[in-house]
Design a protein around this ligand. Structure first.
Ligand code: DGP
Length: 117
């Protein structure tokens, strides 16, 4: 599989289709999930053309660090950091990945169960 330049998140990053953007830096974009699974459900994506964690190269370490720090800042901005939140990165078929542009789900606003189904 190769990265799809016309994929949904590539279009959101290029602002070709709308999304409720909650955070943006040079390397990272975050927006509300269209089909939320919790009261707060934000998707945090690197602007890199990377399909999944399995597609990462060592040179992406800096941007992936920025992604995690973005999650920290977004959780604080949305006021969910103290009660808590879950970060999820689905990778390939068994994890249920549907969109092949690497993304972190930030889920919050309700009690979550463990382990995930
Ligand atoms: P995953 O299963 O990890 O690949 O999650 C993909 C998520 O992307 C899923 O929770 C729904 C969300 N999603 C799919 N299409 C769109 C879209 O067009 N806009 C937004 N905001 N989210 C989308």
């Amino acid at each position: 599989m190769t990265y799809d330049e016309n994929g949904i998140f590539a279009k959101i990053i290029r602002k070709e289709i709308p999304a409720k953007i909650v955070y943006e830096t040079e390397n990272v974009l975050a927006f509300e999930d269209v089909n939320p699974k919790a009261p707060v459900h934000v998707l945090i994506v690197p602007k890199l053309r990377v399909m999944s964690v399995d597609d990462l190269a060592d040179e992406h370490a800096q941007v992936m660090g920025e992604l995690l720090l973005a999650a920290r800042d977004i959780a604080r901005e949305l006021g969910v950091n103290e009660h808590g939140y879950r970060l999820v990165i689905n990778t390939n078929a068994n994890a249920g990945q549907e969109v092949f542009h690497l993304h972190v789900h930030l889920l919050a606003g309700r009690k979550m169960t463990w382990p995930p189904g």
